[in-house]
Design a binder for this molecule. Structure first.
Ligand code: NI
Length: 196
């Protein structure tokens, strides 16, 4: 079983945590593609100090408010290697994870395909194929080096968020045809929002 090293201030169900956050203001605005920050290579943090801890908390609040399961710092315009996620099902206790300088040490040869979305691509989803399991090393909230073995949704989410730190977006894993289709829908969606 995976540990959830992020100090969990929420002893309630994932569903309740998300519902409460949706009723509050988002902590930070989430950048929408094609924001240039989403294409930048992020820099490693020197250490997980008070500032990075505050960033992690802001990111968790922002992610829950948007009802996402993962968020990377560049999505709120911070070009540092920090990600947060919570892949707990709605009926499970919430399980926030905060990772600094995450790196994939090993990825399985076998792959799995999952329907992915991204908070920077509102309401757009596509099937993405990635390694089915990964080993990831990172610094936790207490600046301790940790390693986890991830499968299933956690593996998907970790790879998606780590991609963000390298300026890679989930649409980059699609065929040009599918990618263009999503980018067209994104543009259309934005025009609709501007008109509204
Ligand atoms: Ni994303």
């Amino acid at each position: 079983m995976l540990d959830a090293p992020c100090r969990n201030p929420y002893v309630l169900s994932a569903h309740f945590v998300r519902a409460v956050h949706r009723m509050t203001m988002p902590t930070k605005p989430i950048l929408i593609a094609p924001a240039p920050e989403l294409r930048k290579l992020c820099t490693p943090v020197d250490a997980v100090d008070e500032r990075i801890n505050r960033l992690m908390k802001d990111m968790l609040d922002t992610m829950y408010h948007a009802d996402g399961i993962g968020l990377a710092a560049p999505q709120i315009g911070i070009l540092e290697r920090v990600i947060v996620l919570d892949v707990a099902r709605r009926d499970e206790p919430s399980a926030p994870m905060c990772l600094a300088n995450p790196e994939v040490l090993w990825a399985s040869k076998d792959t799995s395909t999952h329907n992915e979305g991204c908070l920077s691509f509102p309401d757009l989803y596509a099937d993405v194929t990635r390694p089915a399991s990964v080993h990831v090393r990172y610094l936790d909230q207490d600046n301790q080096s940790r390693e986890i073995e991830a499968t299933d949704l956690l593996a998907v989410c970790l790879q998606h968020e780590i991609d963000h730190l390298n300026g890679v977006l989930f649409v980059d894993h699609l065929s040009k045809l599918k990618r263009d289709m999503i980018l067209r829908k994104l543009k259309k969606g934005r025009k609709g929002a501007e008109a509204a």
